[in-house]
Design a protein around this ligand. Structure first.
Ligand code: AMP
Ligand code: TRP
Length: 331
C-alpha cells in the first residue's frame, strides 16, 4: 500500500479532435516526454472526449492515428510510456459511471471550458457537460501522482481531486490525490491571430502552428501573427501579450532564457524577430516531422504500439475498477 502511494505515476492525454499544435506540445506533451524517464507513464489519446463535439467518422479515424504518430514523433517512447486509445480500455467509461453518482451538477455548471463552448455557440449536449467526469475517470483509474496539463485544464483536475476526496471519504482510502503540473513558461500559448484567446485546434488554422505544418506554412503563420503596438522585443504578458507569446514559443523551442532572447533582439524589430522565430520552430520540428511521416507510412507499427499500450493500461485500470466496484458494494 505504502509503496503504491509513493510510486511516481503520470497520466495525461490529448483529444484527437484536430491536428496537434505547438500549444499542446509546449503546454503538455513536452512535460510528458521529460517525465517518462522517472514516472510510470500513461498517455491515452482521449478519443471518447473528441466525440463531445461533432466529428466526421472517417476524419476522426485519421486524426486518431495521426495523433499517435505525433505522440511518438514528439518523443514519447513506447518502451517507457503506455500510449493507447481511451476507447480501448472500457474501464474509463465504467469508472465514469461510478463518479457520475458522486458529481454534483452545480460543480459541472461551474466548468469554464463548458461555459466557453456554449458561449461560442456549441450545442449544450450531455456529453459535453459531463466530459470532466470522464476526464476524472481517465485520471483516477491509474492513481497518478502527477497530471501535466495546460492551464485550461486546471479546473478539471481540481474537480478530479474533489471526486477523489469524496470517494475516499465515503468508501475508504482508494485514490491518491493527483497534482496538476504546468510548465514554467507556456502553460497557455495564445492564438497567433487573437492574443486574448488560447491557441486551439478548433479555431482558424492561421491561429495555430500544427506539429505537421510545412516550413512555408510556419513562415506564413508567424509572419501574419498579430503583434502589439511598439516595436521592442520585450516579454511583458500584460501590456504586450502578442509579442510575449512569440517570445515564449522561441524560449520553448530554443531552450534560450527569455532574458537572453530579449537581449539578443534588442536592436531589431518585430519583423526580424518573427523571421528568426520561424526558423527556430522549423528547425526543431524538422526531425519530428520526418519521424512522423515515417510512422504514418508504417501504420501497423503504430497500431502495435497502441495495442501494447492498451494492454499495459488495462492491467492497471481493471485492478482499480475491481477495487472500486467492490468498495461501493457491487458483486
Ligand atoms: P487538447 O488538445 O485540448 O486535448 O489538449 C491537450 C493538452 O494540451 C492539454 O493538457 C491542454 O491543457 C494542453 N493545451 C491545449 N492548448 C494549449 C495551449 N494553447 N497552451 C498550452 N497548453 C495547451
Ligand atoms: N480534457 C483534456 C483537454 O481537453 C483532455 C483530457 C481528457 C485529459 N482526459 C484527460 C487531460 C486526462 C489530462 C488527463 O485537453
Amino acid at each position: 500500500m505504502k509503496s503504491e502511494t509513493q510510486k511516481k505515476i503520470l497520466l495525461s492525454g490529448a483529444k484527437p479532435s484536430g491536428e496537434l499544435h505547438i500549444g499542446n506540445y509546449i503546454g503538455a506533451v513536452k512535460q510528458w516526454v521529460a517525465l517518462q524517464e522517472t514516472h510510470e507513464t500513461f498517455v491515452p489519446i482521449v478519443d471518447l472526449h473528441a466525440l463531445t463535439e461533432p466529428q466526421d467518422p472517417a476524419k476522426l479515424r485519421e486524426q486518431i492515428i495521426a495523433t499517435a504518430a505525433d505522440y511518438v514523433a514528439l518523443g514519447l517512447d513506447p518502451a517507457k510510456a503506455a500510449i493507447f486509445l481511451q476507447s480501448a480500455v472500457p474501464e474509463h467509461t465504467q469508472l465514469m459511471w461510478i463518479l457520475n453518482t458522486l458529481t454534483s451538477v452545480g460543480d459541472l455548471e461551474r466548468m469554464v471550458v463548458y461555459k466557453e463552448k456554449i458561449t461560442e455557440g456549441k450545442q449544450a449536449l450531455a456529453g459535453l457537460f459531463t466530459y470532466p467526469v470522464l476526464m476524472a475517470a481517465d485520471i483516477l483509474l491509474y492513481k497518478p501522482t502527477v497530471v501535466p496539463v495546460g492551464e485550461d485544464q486546471r479546473q478539471h483536475v481540481e474537480l478530479t481531486r474533489t471526486l477523489a476526496h469524496k470517494f475516499n471519504k465515503r468508501f475508504g482510502q482508494t485514490f491518491p490525490i493527483p497534482k496538476e503540473l504546468h510548465p514554467e513558461a507556456g502553460k497557455k500559448i495564445l492564438s497567433l491571430q487573437d492574443p486574448t484567446k488560447k491557441m486551439s485546434k478548433s479555431h482558424s488554422s492561421l491561429s495555430y502552428i500544427a506539429i505537421a505544418d510545412s516550413s512555408e506554412k510556419i513562415r506564413q503563420k508567424i509572419k501574419s501573427a498579430v503583434t502589439d503596438s511598439g516595436n521592442a522585443i520585450k516579454h511583458d504578458p500584460i501590456t504586450k501579450p502578442a509579442i510575449s507569446n512569440l517570445i515564449t514559443i522561441y524560449h520553448a523551442f530554443s531552450g534560450k532564457e527569455i532574458k537572453q532572447i530579449e537581449k539578443d533582439f534588442t536592436n531589431t524589430n518585430y519583423k526580424n524577430f518573427k523571421e528568426a522565430l520561424a526558423e527556430v520552430v522549423i528547425e526543431k520540428l524538422k526531425p519530428i516531422q520526418e519521424k512522423r511521416k515515417d510512422l504514418l507510412e508504417h501504420k501497423q507499427k503504430l497500431i502495435d504500439i497502441l495495442e501494447e499500450g492498451a494492454e499495459k493500461a488495462n492491467a492497471k485500470a481493471s485492478e482499480t475498477l475491481r477495487e472500486v466496484y467492490s468498495k461501493v458494494g457491487l458483486m
